[in-house]
Structures are given as structure tokens and as C-alpha cells.
Design a protein around this ligand. Structure first.
Ligand code: HMG
Length: 382
């Protein structure tokens, strides 16, 4: 029996900021943002979306009625939770009409939460082969206007349906992980924006990648040549490239890995950081855009969550994987976004949730924004 990712859905907000405009407003050379950081555009979140609505919008695109009945676990990885107590998973389960016999809960460890969900889903399906598990990974990355981290903001959600005999990626059940108490990035309750020691965080990321990649290779007697491509957690796309460069040399296989990396960063360079979902947007970008990957090819995946937890694991491309179908939904979504000027972005950044009257309900606005947040009434999000 193979177990892995059967379907992937993606959602990001309707608005974006061009990094050339941001560079001009901040007095930076645009090439610092475009080449030095590797970001072209950044998703900007309106007050009508939060992690619950984004995850529901990502999942609604991929789930059939049969899936909703078969799902017996909903795992939500996020570090932008909407409640200290109640999990965002329960909201999504109810919005989508997923069976009430499912276990629904939230996981937190910075950007690593999505991967924790994927691994837990794998273990669950190994024991209960008929199960389907919905893994959600959604976040809003905020550093503050005029900060060094501003160019690495973004938002979005990934929804993955995991099952036996998956149609996209079969996991190898081979992984190596490393955790350590490190203060590189954190988001205390009293703050809306993250606190980050930016350069330190990039050093720790590379250190964790090297440790977990080397442990993985030693554990499973693999080398770099066993991988047709690698997908990374991409807080900004240059980060993954820096990590990849630490393990490649000048041979032909390394050139192939660099080409595949270009495919894997395409969507992330247009969306920005979506924390828990970043690695899986990169995987989606790779699978949807690479013309070189074939069934059976092995992909290495590096997940990193500040604080810090790293994991390197692997999977193989499934024969049934449909490249064009995967790319279509994302290309359309990104093409339909509205560009904001820097003052418009700054105004949206400062905006809070609207306070409105009316019934407690989510609106179905259009096909893309099936779920939107209308406001807050009597201490409930509506
Ligand atoms: P900075 O200090 O403004 O940038 O902040 P810099 O001065 O280091 O320059 C960046 C790059 O641009 C450098 O390249 C420059 O040389 C280059 P590098 O040496 O790194 O290869 N550059 C140029 N290139 C071309 N033309 C030019 C030019 N000028 C300069 N004209 C920093 C950068 C990433 C630190 C900042 O944006 C930041 O703090 N970001 C947030 C933190 C972050 O994303 N960390 C990543 C690792 S931690 C992580 O991944 C976890 C996370 O996702 C959270 C979680 O787990 O929940 C963040």
C-alpha cells in the first residue's frame, strides 16, 4: 500500500503588491528584492479573510462529497490561529460539511505545523488504510511596514487530502528531524507582527537543512543523486536556493536540481511567505511547472519552523499525477488578483475586522472567495 498526497488545493487573497513598487517606496534597489531576496510579488490580506476562510477556500476546491464522508481526521497547521482554545479545524470541518465522526484539531510549531500534520496523517492511514485525512496549512506573514522582513510577507492556504493509493505524491516513510530551543523568530500574543532576528534565522535554517539532509542520507543510504528535485520551505525564494547550494557542486545532476528549483519557486515568488503552507506551495509549483519530472522520480522535502524544528523527508511522483490540472487552478487564481499601490497596501495592512450587525453566517460571495469573513458580532466571527 502506498500512502501520500491525493489532492492539493491552494488559496491566496485577491490582492498583491509588486516588489518593484515596494523597493521604490522603501528606497531600495529593486534588484535587492527581485534577485537578492527572490520575490516578485506579495499577497496582501484584506480584513475579510483569515486562516479559517483561506483554508476553507483552499479545501472546497478539491473535496468531493464522498471525500467529506470518508475524512476521519482534519488537522490544521497554523501559527496565525484565531482562538487560544478552539481549533481552526473545527470551523473548517463545519463550513465544508465534513463528517462529524472526524477528529479535528490544530497543530502549532511555526512553519513546521503543516509537515507535522502530513506525518501524523501518514501514520494514521498506515493503521487505518480506509481513512482519508484533510491536512490544512494556512497563515498570514506579517513583519511590519518598513521593516527588513516586510519584503518577505504574504498569505495563503494549502489543503491536502491524504489517503492510500494517492494520485500525486507517495511518501517513502523515510525522514530525519532535528529540534532545538532557538530564538530566531517568534510571535508573542501581545503582538500582531512577528519578532525576528533575520540573519540569524537564515543561518539556523541552513544549519537545520544540513543536519537533517545528512542524517536522512546516512539513515537510508541515499545520496544527492537519488533526488530528481528538492522542494523547500520558502520564507523567500532565495532562502531555498542558499540551502540547496550548500549540498550541490558543478556536475550535471546539480544543474538539473537547480533547474527544478526554478520551477519550485515560481508560485512562492508571486505569493510570498505563507509559513505552514510554504513548503507545500513550493511542491505544488514544482509538480505543476516542471516538464522534467516523471512517475517514480524522488523528491526531497525540507520543512523548517522557527524556534526551531526541521525535517527532511521524501516521496515519489505518482503515475496518475496530472501536471496541467494542478497548475491550472493556481495560474488562474494568480492572474485574477488586483494589484495594490503602496499606499493602498499600507491602508489595508492597518485595517482591522469590520464591526457589522446581522446574523452569524459566512457569505458565499463568488467561486473564488466562497468563504469570507463579514465581521465580528457578540464576540463571534461572522
Ligand atoms: P536585509 O538585511 O534587508 O537584506 O534582510 P540583506 O542586506 O541581507 O540582503 C539580502 C540579499 O540581497 C543579500 O544576498 C544581498 O547581497 C542581496 P545574500 O548575501 O543573502 O545572498 N542584495 C542584492 N542583490 C542584487 N542586487 C542588489 C542587491 N542588494 C542587496 N542591488 C532578511 C533580509 C531575509 C534577513 C529579512 O528580509 C528578514 O528578516 N526576513 C524575515 C525572516 C526570514 O524570512 N527568515 C528566513 C529563515 S527563518 C524561516 O524560514 C521561518 C519563518 O518562515 C517563520 C516560521 O517558521 O514560522 C520565517
Amino acid at each position: 500500500m502506498t500512502i501520500g498526497i491525493d489532492k492539493i488545493g491552494f488559496f491566496t487573497s485577491d490582492y498583491y503588491l509588486d516588489m518593484v513598487d515596494l523597493a521604490a517606496a522603501r528606497g531600495e534597489d529593486p534588484n535587492k528584492y527581485l534577485i537578492g531576496i527572490g520575490q516578485e510579488q506579495q499577497a496582501v490580506i484584506p480584513p475579510t479573510q483569515d486562516v479559517v476562510t483561506m483554508a476553507a477556500n483552499a479545501a472546497v476546491k478539491i473535496l468531493s462529497d464522498d471525500d467529506k464522508q470518508a475524512i476521519d481526521m482534519v488537522i490544521f497547521g497554523t501559527e496565525t490561529g484565531v482562538d487560544n482554545s478552539k481549533s481552526a479545524a473545527i470551523y473548517v470541518q463545519s463550513l465544508l460539511g465534513i463528517s462529524n465522526t472526524a477528529r479535528s484539531f490544530e497543530i502549532k510549531q511555526a512553519c513546521y505545523g503543516g509537515t507535522a500534520g502530513v506525518q501524523m496523517a501518514f501514520d494514521h492511514i498506515s493503521v487505518h488504510p480506509e481513512s482519508k485525512v484533510l491536512v490544512l496549512a494556512a497563515d498570514i506573514a506579517r513583519y511590519g511596514i518598513g521593516t527588513a522582513g516586510e519584503v518577505t510577507q504574504g498569505d495563503g492556504a494549502i489543503a491536502m487530502l491524504m489517503s492510500q493509493d494517492p494520485q500525486i505524491l507517495a511518501l517513502d516513510n523515510q525522514s530525519a528531524f532535528h529540534s532545538e530551543n532557538i530564538m530566531d523568530f517568534w510571535r508573542p500574543f501581545y503582538r500582531r507582527d512577528a519578532i525576528v532576528d533575520g540573519h540569524y534565522s537564515t543561518d539556523i535554517y541552513i544549519d537545520f537543512f544540513n543536519q537533517t539532509f545528512n542524517d536522512y542520507c546516512a539513515k537510508y543510504q541515499r545520496t544527492l543523486t537519488d533526488f530528481s528535485a528538492m522542494a523547500f520551505h520558502l520564507p523567500f525564494t532565495k532562502m531555498g536556493l542558499k540551502a540547496l547550494r550548500t549540498v550541490i557542486d558543478t556536475d550535471e545532476h546539480s544543474q538539473q536540481l537547480l533547474k527544478e528549483f526554478d520551477y519550485s519557486k515560481k508560485y512562492n515568488s508571486l505569493v510570498g511567505n505563507l509559513y505552514t503552507g510554504s513548503l507545500y506551495l513550493s511542491l505544488l509549483s514544482l509538480l505543476a511547472n516542471s516538464t522534467m519530472l516523471h512517475a517514480g522520480d524522488r523528491i526531497g522535502l525540507f520543512s523548517y519552523g522557527s524556534g526551531a524544528q526541521g525535517e527532511f523527508y521524501s516521496g515519489t511522483v505518482v503515475k496518475a499525477m496530472q501536471r496541467q490540472r494542478l497548475g491550472h487552478q493556481v495560474d488562474q487564481l494568480l492572474a485574477n488578483r488586483t494589484k495594490l499601490s503602496v499606499p493602498e497596501y499600507e491602508a489595508m495592512y492597518a485595517n482591522g475586522l469590520p464591526n457589522v450587525g446581522g446574523d452569524v453566517t459566512f457569505d458565499s460571495a463568488d467561486d473564488h472567495n466562497r468563504f469570507i469573513l463579514v465581521g465580528r458580532k457578540d464576540d463571534q466571527l461572522i
